[in-house]
Design a protein around this ligand. Structure first.
Ligand code: XIL
Length: 369
């Protein structure tokens, strides 16, 4: 009889071991799933990036999210003209250098943003010592030395630059934005900016970047601008569609038309600043009203899940045309939309929530065949 009990014991052990293995499998699978980040799900599609500020790189949940989910970073503010070049003869390199160092340490790619824009410019830029507007020649000289200094410093570390940002007007019957750049230089500053950038960093991909590209009227103007630049031999490589959208826009066919219109020019197309506001989209600053509540309603949540689902489905479909997709900010803990277009109105535009946890929209975006 001892033999039979030995045999029975042996089978019992086998059965138990087998049971354990079966139970272990889902746990391992789950662990593996949660180790994977957005970037891994999209590695056969396009690089996924994120806009960051230097403090996010200090040890903590934001730094963890950046490393887990993204392959590229864009400095949200610190490479803009005002922040990086506050006085004519002095630069504030440290915040930008910190992001570049983090990128090197963690093998992330970087996009530069932005060499020439009408916002966040330093006080000295457009005026002489008496406070009068400088001449066109002087302003182009200043633009050249700014771009040369900044783009040369980061040469080889940034794979792309937003060279000119938002030069097209939002007004139906106006082509160029009537910015200080335009008032002093006319349209010429745009082509020159690209030339200065190419000379300073010949290997960086050079982008024209703008918002409201889904609007057919504005899109046509942007199209005409970049087509003209290309035809005139200006060194432009791509168009950045910012992607500050909402749970109500764009619809699928508009999104497809938008991407197609620019790839037809043989230019690279990137989504450079993606976020989906839970409010109807507005592009100008206004005061907060009583009706502006901070609640993230179930209906908004559901709409956001559907909108992210649709947008990423289209992005995947256009993977050969999309050069990169970059989110503007890391999680709903902080978004620039908390302050714009309505000051102190909380928004919830990203894939990670206020506790840095993935939202339902995140799971939609990573779950595809
Ligand atoms: C925004 C930043 O996110 C804010 O922190 C800053 O106060 C204003 O600029 N289009 C752009 C970005 O190209 O540079 C802007 O970033 C958002 C709109």
């Amino acid at each position: 009889m001892p033999n039979i009990s030995k045999i029975l014991g042996f089978f019992l052990v086998l059965i138990l071991l087998n049971g354990c293995q079966n139970r272990r499998q889902p746990v391992e699978q789950k662990a593996e799933m949660s180790e994977k980040g957005l970037k891994d799900y999209y590695q056969d599609y396009f690089p996924v990036g994120v806009a960051v500020y230097p403090q996010a790189l200090d040890k903590g949940p934001e730094a963890t999210l950046i490393q887990k989910h993204f392959v590229s970073m864009t400095p949200e503010n610190v490479m803009k003209m005002g922040p990086i070049h506050p006085q004519k003869d002095s630069f504030n390199w440290a915040p930008a250098d910190k992001i570049v160092a983090f990128a090197k340490e963690h093998q992330l790619k970087m996009r530069g943003h932005a060499l020439c824009w009408h916002n966040q410019t330093p006080d000295w830029l457009f005026v002489d010592d008496e406070g009068n507007d400088v001449s066109k020649e002087e302003l182009l000289d200043r633009l050249k030395s700014h771009i040369t200094e900044v783009a040369s410093r980061y040469k080889g570390t940034l794979y792309a630059w937003d060279v000119v940002n938002e030069a097209i007007s939002d007004q139906k019957d106006e082509f160029y934005r009537k910015s200080k750049w335009y008032q002093i230089c006319g349209e010429e500053f745009i082509a020159r900016a690209f030339e200065y950038a190419r000379a300073a960093d010949p290997n960086a991909e050079l982008f024209y970047n703008d918002y409201e590209v889904i609007n057919p009227v504005k899109r046509q103007k942007i199209y005409d601008l970049v087509k003209g630049l290309k035809e005139n031999g200006v060194p432009i490589d791509g168009v950045g569609i910012q992607g500050h959208w909402s749970i109500y826009e764009p619809d699928e066919s508009t999104l497809k038309e938008t991407i197609e219109q620019f790839t037809s020019l043989g230019l690279k197309v990137q989504i450079t600043e993606l976020d989906l506001s839970v409010y109807p989209k507005e592009h100008s600053l206004r005061e907060k009203r009583d009706a502006d509540t901070d609640e993230f309603t179930l209906e908004q949540k559901q709409k956001q899940v559907e909108q992210y689902d649709m947008i990423f489905r289209v992005f995947r479909e256009y993977k050969d045309d999309l050069n990169a997709v970059t989110f503007w900010n890391i999680s709903d803990k902080y978004s620039w939309l908390d302050h714009f277009p309505v000051p102190d109105r909380k928004d919830y535009p990203l894939l990670f929530d206020e506790d840095h946890e993935p939202k339902e929209a995140y799971y939609k975006v990573i779950n595809f065949e």
